[in-house]
Design a protein around this ligand. Structure first.
Ligand SMILES: *Cc1c(COP(=O)(O)O)cnc(C)c1O
Length: 232
């Protein structure tokens, strides 16, 4: 058992608890997703043994390999990476959550390809909150339309919004991005949706994201240490 991962996990949990308290949020409202891209199956197993329950993966084949080796433990799997349309069938049936939907075509395919005997898959719409030209995510202008359409798909359970803000910005700009996410979620709920999830906050900005209303933080480096090179 790797004690470093257990220690790191405990530190991250303390940061989350302290941030909830500082922001006047309900204790335990923020779910931790341990992001294990490029990490080995053993590292994931260590994290789960140390108390992680939600695991986030970006690359499908890498995730499938780990899932096959970890069938003996109880894990809630989150897909958080870019989605190619030829991968939707596998993603729809190997994950409990998908955070990175940013177009209707992908949403429809996931809906149509989710096995009929499974409960609807939990999904978030990825928002390009910092308006980066090359980044995944839908713009805020297009969000209400896409959310309304995804909300009609029976095999998807639209839970909320996800964002990866531009990393190289000031604390003030980052905080404004997070605030816009909360505001957008509120607006969707005022328009009649019932969304409960804001997936935002990573190793470096857990506290700021929780202060702004995050309900799921996706944390890699602070749990597993500096990342190895991605697999080809
Ligand atoms: C890698 C990754 C994370 C975790 O980032 P860290 O800075 O290592 O905590 C979170 N979300 C997504 C989408 C990622 O790709």
């Amino acid at each position: 058992m790797n004690t470093q991962i257990a220690e790191n996990l405990e530190q991250v949990s303390s940061r989350i608890n302290a941030a909830e308290k500082a922001a006047g949020r309900i204790s335990g409202i923020v779910q931790l997703i341990a992001v294990s891209k490029t990490r080995s199956t053993i590292e994931v197993r260590n994290a789960v043994t140390a108390g992680a329950h939600h695991i986030g993966e970006n690359y499908l084949q890498e995730a499938l390999d780990k899932q096959a080796a970890l069938t003996d433990i109880d894990i809630i799997w989150h897909f958080i990476g870019p989605i190619q349309s030829n991968k939707t069938h596998t993603i729809a049936n190997h994950f409990d959550w998908v955070h990175s939907i940013d177009r209707l075509k992908i949403a429809r395919r996931l809906n149509d390809q989710r096995d009929a005997d499974k409960t609807p898959i939990n999904v978030c719409i990825q928002v390009n909150i910092s308006n980066e030209e090359t980044k995944s995510g839908i713009s805020l202008n297009e969000l209400p339309g896409l959310a309304a359409q995804i909300n009609e798909l029976p095999n998807l359970n639209l839970r909320g919004l996800m964002a990866i803000p531009a990393p190289e910005q000031s604390a003030a700009a980052l905080s404004a991005d997070f605030a816009r996410m909360q505001h957008s979620l509120d607006e969707l709920n005022q328009s009649g949706l019932t969304l409960d999830t804001l997936s935002m906050g990573m190793s470096g900005d857990i506290e700021m994201a929780i202060a702004a209303g995050s309900t799921m933080v996706r944390v890699g480096t602070a749990i597993f240490g500096p990342r190895n090179k991605p697999q080809a």
